[in-house]
Every structure is written in C-alpha cells, then in structure tokens.
Design a protein around this ligand. Structure first.
Ligand SMILES: NC(=O)c1ccc[n+]([C@@H]2O[C@H](COP(=O)([O-])OP(=O)(O)OC[C@H]3O[C@@H](n4cnc5c(N)ncnc54)[C@H](OP(=O)(O)O)[C@@H]3O)[C@@H](O)[C@H]2O)c1
Length: 275
C-alpha cells in the first residue's frame, strides 16, 4: 500500500485542546507538520500548543462548531497563515447524554451540528486544497457509529452519519489522490467519558478502553496509508457490526454486556477513588 509522507503538511485538527484531538495535534507536530488547533476555549488551546514538538509551526483558533460560520473562519484563517491545507481531522464531538425525550430540541440540534454538519461543511470547504496537494481527511467517529446505542440515539445517529459520509465520499474521490478515512474507537480514557462517568451507560465500559495516544496513532496511520477505516478494539468492532446486522442477537447480548461493563466501570471508579 503506498504511504503518504506527513512532513511539512498543514493539518487542521478540531477539538485539539484535549483528549484525542490533543494527542493528534502532538503526533502530527512530531512528524514535522504545521498544525491548526481548533477548540472553543483559548486557555486549553494555549497549553496544547505549548506541548507540541514544533509550536512555532502551529496556530490556535477559537471556534465553536455549533455555529454555522465556524468552518469558513477556520479555513480562511488557515489559508491566511499557511497558504495551503493538506489534511483535516474532524475530531471534535459533543454528547449530551440521556434518552431523546430527556433532551431539548436545541441540545439535539447542537449534537448534530458539532458531530455531523460541521465535519461535512469543513470537508467540503477544504476539498479543493486537498486535491491540489494529495491530502486526506480523517473523521473520528465511534463504535456507536457501527452499533445503534440506545440512551445515546442522537449521538449514535451522528456517528453512523459521519461514517456513511466518509465511506461515500471516499468513492466520490476515487482517482483524485484524496483519501477520506474513518477511525472508530470504543471507550477512550479522556474527560469525554471519565469526567461524566456516572452518566455514561455501563455498556460503554464492556469494551476495552484505549488511550488518546492509541487513537491518534490510528488517525496518523490512516493519514499515511489512506485506509478506509480503523476500529478499536478489533473484536468489539466485529461484535458491533454483527449486533447491528442481527437485532435479536443484540437484544440477547445486551444484558451480559451491561453486567460486564458495570464491573469494569465500578473497578475504574474504585481505582480513581483510591488514588
Ligand atoms: N472518549 C471516548 O470514550 C470516545 C469514544 C469514541 C469516540 N469518541 C470521539 O472522539 C472525539 C474526541 O473525543 P475526546 O474523548 O477527545 O473528547 P474530549 O477529551 O472531551 O475533548 C473534546 C475536544 O473537543 C473540543 N470541543 C468540544 N465541543 C466543541 C465545539 N462545539 N466546537 C469546537 N470544539 C469543541 C473541546 O474543547 P472546548 O471544550 O474548549 O471546545 C476539546 O478540545 C469525539 O468526536 C468523540 O465523539 C470518544
């Protein structure tokens, strides 16, 4: 499989101040890329930039992806500073937990805006540049984009949508030199679930948890080799797909997975309380 060199590339990473996005920004910078770090709060962005191997080749940009004007601002600011765009990592995500009936219409719309509308809009705006330089777009989805997750139906729907967008776009881009890739992790050890652990469904913890650095490594591997999708853990990804294809199997399996997840979650909480 041909591999793309990452040195001297200009890469936009959304949600780059914390968690997976921060790990991606650090990893691309360590490869000699110029990185544009996007998030809402300047303080965490400053700390993230200071942690890069090459902060002198990076810039931060505060933008809220719930707002429709943000993708255009991000692209304009990147072109003003670097004059080119080689890669985009659509990583920022929002998850307001609970059943649909417990959510306001605004919160549901915000989840769709951050997780699906903004990534599609940003991708559309950078495609000309990516085609000029043989670039890539990597979308950070979730195993919830391979398995319908009740109690998180809108989040799950946005991740299914993002995955479908990436796979379909990939076909549209065949022969252009641009790759559209997807990374689908199970639970990741970041504030996204750990700061909110009591609200997170036990079933989420039934899968082996990975680190932000491990997800970033999958993102970089996709950027290099243009693979359609990487998912983690591999057994969890296969089980998610099988459960999606056979709903009766999913209903049968769910109580067991929930019990397994509760045990893992209790162990994580006990470890946190003892440290
Ligand atoms: N952690 C998991 O268990 C897990 C599992 C599967 C998939 N994922 C996916 O992985 C991605 C990264 O998650 P993470 O775990 O790294 O989350 P995280 O640690 O909570 O970091 C989220 C990042 O996104 C930024 N962000 C949030 N809302 C934003 C908005 N409206 N506009 C712009 N930036 C925004 C945050 O900064 P500000 O708050 O300053 O904006 C922060 O930089 C998400 O797409 C998530 O769905 C996570």
């Amino acid at each position: 499989m041909p591999t793309r060199s990452l040195a001297d590339r200009v890469v936009i990473v959304t949600g780059a101040s914390l968690g997976v996005g921060l790990a991606c920004a650090q990893a691309f910078s360590a490869q000699g890329c110029s990185v544009v770090l996007v998030a809402r709060r300047q303080g965490p962005l400053d700390e993230a930039m200071a942690s890069l191997a090459h902060p002198e080749r990076a810039m931060t940009l505060t933008a809220d992806l719930m707002l429709h004007e943000s993708p255009g601002r991000i692209v304009d600011a990147t072109m003003d500073r670097f004059g080119r765009i080689d890669g985009l990592v659509n990583n920022a995500g929002a998850h307001f937990r609970g059943p649909v009936m417990s959510q306001s219409a605004d919160k549901l719309a915000s989840m769709v805006d951050v997780n699906l509308r903004a990534p599609i809009h940003l991708t559309r705006l950078v495609l000309d540049e990516l085609q000029r330089h043989g670039g890539f777009v990597v979308h950070v989805a979730s195993l919830a984009g391979r398995l319908p997750l009740d109690g998180a139906s809108t989040y799950s729907a946005t991740k299914f949508g993002l995955r479908a967008f990436s796979l379909a776009l990939r076909e549209e881009l065949r022969g252009t030199g641009v790759d559209s890739c997807i990374v689908s992790p199970g639970p990741v050890d970041t504030g996204f679930i750990m700061d909110d652990i009591d609200q997170v469904d036990d079933i989420v913890f039934s899968q082996k948890m990975c680190t932000a650095d491990e997800v970033a490594a999958m993102v970089l591997d996709c950027a290099r080799d243009g693979s359609a999708e990487r998912a983690w853990p591999p057994s969890g990804a296969k089980l998610a797909t099988l459960s999606y294809l056979v709903p009766s199997f999913r209903r049968w399996l769910k109580p067991m997975m929930r019990r397994k997840g509760k045990r893992a979650k209790d162990a994580l909480k006990a470890k946190r309380n003892s440290s």
